[in-house]
Design a protein around this ligand. Structure first.
Ligand code: SAM
Length: 196
């Protein structure tokens, strides 16, 4: 049976209590890092933005690859954790920001060669509006890297978890209108490399 969740997972009101109570999410592993690096390439001091950075692991990886990295998250506790785990001051910029509502001109750069968004797209309420905002931030020739759970891949689904992965229609919304859309599967996750 499919049920439609009415729980809003849109911003800090949902995420801040989870982070401050110690909730943590799937860790990056070598396979996922390698896939990302194959699709994004070396940083060469180009700007990168990680949306919904959480504890900052992916943004730190981008910084290690040589990207001039900014990590943003709507949860102040997540941003504080990301900054605390950043052992190389000046390595990355950490900013508390809601990508769906806040003024994008508050970001350090007007445009990014790489934008990453891991385990976040699924939770965004208005996905077309979110994608419009992200496209505005992507530099010409840039890449949007999205990692998201796909609905129906888990053997069991906890009914307490809203939105168990993106639907085919939400995947279509994500991939429509890009000149290049590459995908790679990683168990319950799908990775998308999207170029304007
Ligand atoms: C499931 S966690 C994933 C965290 C991290 N990307 C990772 O892979 O571990 C989703 C993250 O997205 C953030 N988030 C959700 N909606 C957001 C929004 N509108 N603006 C900024 N961050 C958001 C949450 O605070 C949370 O840290």
């Amino acid at each position: 049976m499919t049920t439609t969740s009415t729980v809003s997972t849109a911003g800090a009101a949902y995420w801040e209590p989870l982070w401050s109570e110690g909730r943590r999410y799937r860790q990056l592993d070598d396979t996922e890092n390698q896939l990302m690096e194959e699709h994004l390439g070396p940083g060469r001091a180009r700007p990168a933005l990680d949306i919904g950075c959480g504890d900052g692991a992916l943004a730190r990886r981008l910084a290690q690859l040589g990207y001039r990295t900014t990590g943003i998250d709507c949860s102040p506790s997540a941003v504080a954790l990301a900054a605390a785990r950043d052992t190389r001051p000046g390595h990355a910029v950490w900013q508390c920001m809601d990508i769906t509502t806040d003024d994008l001109s508050a970001l350090p750069e007007p445009a990014y060669a790489v934008i990453t968004c891991r385990l976040v797209y699924r939770w965004i309420d208005d996905k077309p509006a979110f994608l419009d905002r992200v496209r505005r931030l992507l530099a010409p020739g840039g890449t949007l890297w999205v990692v998201t759970e796909v609905a129906g891949r888990r053997a069991t689904t906890d009914p307490a978890i809203p939105r168990p992965g993106i639907t085919p229609a939400e995947a279509e919304t994500l991939t429509a209108g890009w000149s290049i859309a590459r995908t790679a599967d990683l168990d319950v996750l799908r990775c998308y490399a999207l170029r304007p």
